[in-house]
Ligand binder design. Sequence first.
Ligand SMILES: [Zn+2]
Length: 277
Amino acid sequence: MLYSRFESKAWQELFLPRLSTKQVTELPKDKGVVVLPIGAIEQHGPHLPVYTDTLIAEGLLTTAFEQLSQEDQVWMLPPLPYGKSTEHVNHPGTFTLSSQTLQQVILDIGSSVKASGFRRIVLFNTHGGNNDLLNMIARELRIETELMVFRMNGMDFKAEIASLFSPEELSYGIHGGDVETSLILAIEENWVEMALAPKEFYDYEHALDIKGGPYVAWVMDDLSNSGISGNATEATKEKGIEILLRLGSKIASTLQVISSFEMRDLKKMVTTTNRKE
Ligand SMILES: [Zn+2]
């Protein structure tokens, strides 16, 4: 079953800012992780709200956190609703940060996570346009704060939902298609205008694809007239619910692993024997 946003564990019991400073101080922190959801506010075609990516972060984490308890010590921060959406900037309703601003905001929040005594942070991202930058920021944050820093993507476990979608959608439905539209139908049905849902894929059979080989830098208007790439006409609420449940459970178990992960265990303790005689 699904849990409504704001009435769930993610927004009540395990919502970090619900605690007082005394309670945060007293939390055990040797194990434990703070999750910072990062989305975007950007055009998603004529049928979806511009809040789509942030809403997906909220929906996935709401579902995932239902499987967690206080013993897991996984805490959620409020989502950072703005991302780097410069590839959509000429579409009204897109509200973007520059890469420099996004980097500084995340570094500042990370420093506060460190100052609050935690040892781990997860950057939980649901906007593809944030990916490259977040990988860089994650490493900067590690260097600046010595926190253990993890970057998760909402779609990290895409194989879990492969049976629900066409191969074309799974590979090239990169924005506002069947997957994202089904998710929003499951999370905020009334925010979707299905009568306007487009079907449009970019020409991935062209000499160069945007997903491999030499990298082709693109903005959305290079790929699409409708603002999407995917088949939104196939979207259903039932598929959206299934995505939330399947991905939510993988996200929950991954957060449990992260919560007790120790960076020092990554390095093998090999005794070197190649000393010169
Ligand atoms: Zn999106």
